[in-house]
Design a protein around this ligand. Structure first.
Ligand SMILES: Cc1cc2nc3c(=O)[nH]c(=O)nc-3n(C[C@H](O)[C@H](O)[C@H](O)COP(=O)(O)OP(=O)(O)OC[C@H]3O[C@@H](n4cnc5c(N)ncnc54)[C@H](O)[C@@H]3O)c2cc1C
Length: 367
């Protein structure tokens, strides 16, 4: 019997499994489809919230923790799996900052590195920038990873360490006795364990409903397009009016993303394509000469204020939740995985768990 069963093999489930396995626990992950083919594949891999000062402090606390941890994590994963997640210090140029005072307060509070540039200096940093903005925030410490590669390297590392990942194995319900989960039901079997962790992304709310818990996590569609240009065409992550370009090392350039409340509908749309192309050409006009090689959509696990829900179920002693990372699961994931594993194993966490506890985040009933 496993010590822990994690439901969901997205980045959050796999990072959590990694922390639990590092504490000597026997971990099994149940995945409804294939590992990391949902939001964790569809995302952009920017290791910072966009306009980070517009988020509440609990999001910044997690982001700062993970940002410090990421270089070591990627180096270790590459060493153990042979797959390089391509952690790259691209820096982030933000070309439309109207709330400079708020940005400056956030810099002071979190010790972040931010420089204010004029349009000409911004174009020196990113010569193909199509805009000459009045005022640009430059955050040179912001890095990115290739999230699909990060997920692959995690998967191989987990399997090498004896974590079992069962694909095509959906959790369908819980067997609960005397205030504890005895087993999780799948089409093939009931799987018993000492602890259960729900890390099911946008699908978390539905899976917990039968336990009497209604969390405010909902799917939020994001579409992206991918250009293939020559390496070096773009070199900085650049953000303008909520849209961004992310340059990969091999010349691919991602442009994202839409933010759509359309339920579990994962189709791409013509409107999404047109909007993203327009943003891309406004930011980097030279992209108009490059082919678009892919267009996709993913379902983010949306949550109020983007604060994840991490911690024990309020009423079921051995059931835990790690979900609701919304637009920032790649950057916040290592910190919430550590927090969850600390809580489960009774260690004193580095970060204050209070803002993330599911019991403090219940969905409010309409008046
Ligand atoms: C377009 C877009 C751009 C993004 N850009 C960034 C970015 O630049 N930086 C950043 O930090 N974040 C970004 N994100 C957000 C980030 O991708 C997510 O927050 C993160 O991937 C969430 O991870 P997750 O593991 O919770 O969810 P998911 O990756 O969706 O994984 C959940 C898993 O649970 C499985 N599952 C669901 N129900 C069951 C069940 N009943 N039984 C078994 N398995 C189940 C699913 O199949 C899935 O594999 C972006 C997201 C999108 C869509």
């Amino acid at each position: 019997m496993a010590d822990c069963v994690v439901v969901g093999a997205g980045l959050i489930g796999m990072l959590t499994a990694q922390e639990l396995a590092a504490r000597g626990m026997q971990v099994t992950i149940l995945e409804r489809g294939q590992p990391a083919r949902e939001s964790s594949w569809a995302g952009g891999g920017i290791l910072s919230p966009l306009y980070p000062w517009r988020y509440p402090d609990p999001v910044s606390e997690l982001a700062r923790w993970s940002q410090r941890y990421y270089p070591d994590l990627c180096q270790r994963l590459e060493g153990e799996s042979g797959i390089d997640p391509q952690w790259t210090l691209s820096g982030l140029l933000i070309a439309d900052v109207e709330d400079r005072d708020a940005a400056q307060r956030w810099v002071t509070r979190f010790g972040a590195h931010l420089e204010w540039l004029d349009g000409v200096s911004a174009q020196q940093l990113e010569p193909r920038l199509g805009l000459i903005p009045e005022s640009v925030a430059w955050l040179p410490e912001v890095a990115q990873v290739r999230n699909p590669r990060l997920a692959q390297s995690l998967r191989v590392t987990l399997e090498n360490r004896g974590v079992e990942i069962r694909s095509q194995s959906p959790a369908q319900g819980w067997k609960i006795e005397a205030g504890r989960v005895k087993a999780v039901r799948t089409p093939e079997a009931e799987i018993s364990a000492d602890y259960f962790i729900v890390a099911s992304g946008a699908w978390t709310t539905g899976l917990l409903e039968s336990t009497g818990l209604t969390l405010p996590i909902e799917p939020v569609r994001g579409q992206m397009i991918l250009f293939k240009g020559p390496p070096g065409l773009v070199s900085r992550i650049t953000l303008y009016k909520g849209r961004y370009v992310i340059p990969r090392r091999d010349g691919h350039v991602l442009v994202g993303s839409t933010l759509e409340y359309v339920g579990f509908e994962k189709q791409t749309t013509q409107q999404g394509l047109q909007d993203l192309k327009q943003s891309a050409f406004e930011l980097i006009p030279d992209l108009a000469a490059q082919p678009i090689v892919q267009h996709w959509a993913g379902l983010r696990p949306g949550s109020p204020d983007g604060i994840p829900m991490t911690g024990p179920h309020p009423e079921i002693a051995n059931l835990f939740i790690n979900a609701g990372h919304f637009r920032n699961g790649v950057v916040l994931g290592p910190a919430t995985a550590r927090l969850l594993a600390d809580q489960l194993s009774g260690r004193s966490p580095d970060l204050d768990p209070q803002p993330y506890l599911p019991e403090n985040r219940l969905k409010s009933e309409p008046c």
